[in-house]
Write a protein that binds this ligand. Structure first.
Ligand code: ZN
Length: 159
């Protein structure tokens, strides 16, 4: 079976950032299992995997536009300290999830000066060219429920 939309793909993988530092790997954990064509992995990795089959080794070099996006200066903003009034101690490096009109957005605190907090809502891997070294371990058809939910159920599903 070859990889295409609505297939469930199992990968052994090793992901590196643009400095060659490991981001994530299956070597010390479980393989990656995902529903193909449902925005569960970055577009550049899906492009490289399309049409591959069990046992294929793929090296995908993914530019920011097909990865976690181009770094956006406008995603760095200053907000009043009151926006975090429920947090007693606010320090650079702390991460939060903000609820916005477009859904949840992860952000990181860059700086806290007096009553102004600088936040960055870029994805931590934005602006980076990523390398994925993967081996296709299994390709199967997705079940009806998986297609309905847009994700795999091998690890269970609570809804
Ligand atoms: Zn589900």
């Amino acid at each position: 079976m070859t990889i295409a939309k609505d297939k469930v793909v199992t990968l052994q993988y090793n992901a590196l950032d643009d400095q060659g530092e490991g981001i994530d790997t299956s070597e010390d954990g479980a393989p990656m299992v995902f529903l193909f064509g449902a925005n569960n992995v970055v577009p550049g990795l899906e492009e490289a995997l399309l049409g591959k089959t069990t046992g294929d080794a793929v090296k995908a070099v993914v530019p920011p536009e097909k990865g976690y996006g181009v770094y956006n200066e406008e995603a760095v903003q200053q907000v009043p300290r009151e926006a975090f009034e429920e947090v007693d101690v606010l320090e650079p490096g702390m991460t939060f999830t903000a609820q916005t009109e477009d859904g949840p957005v992860n952000l990181i605190i860059i700086e806290v000066v007096d009553d102004l907090v600088t936040i960055d809502s870029n994805h931590p891997l934005s602006g980076q060219t990523l390398t994925f070294d993967v081996v296709v371990e299994e390709v199967r058809d997705a079940t009806e429920d998986e297609l309905k939910h847009g994700h795999v159920h091998s690890a269970g599903c609570d809804h």
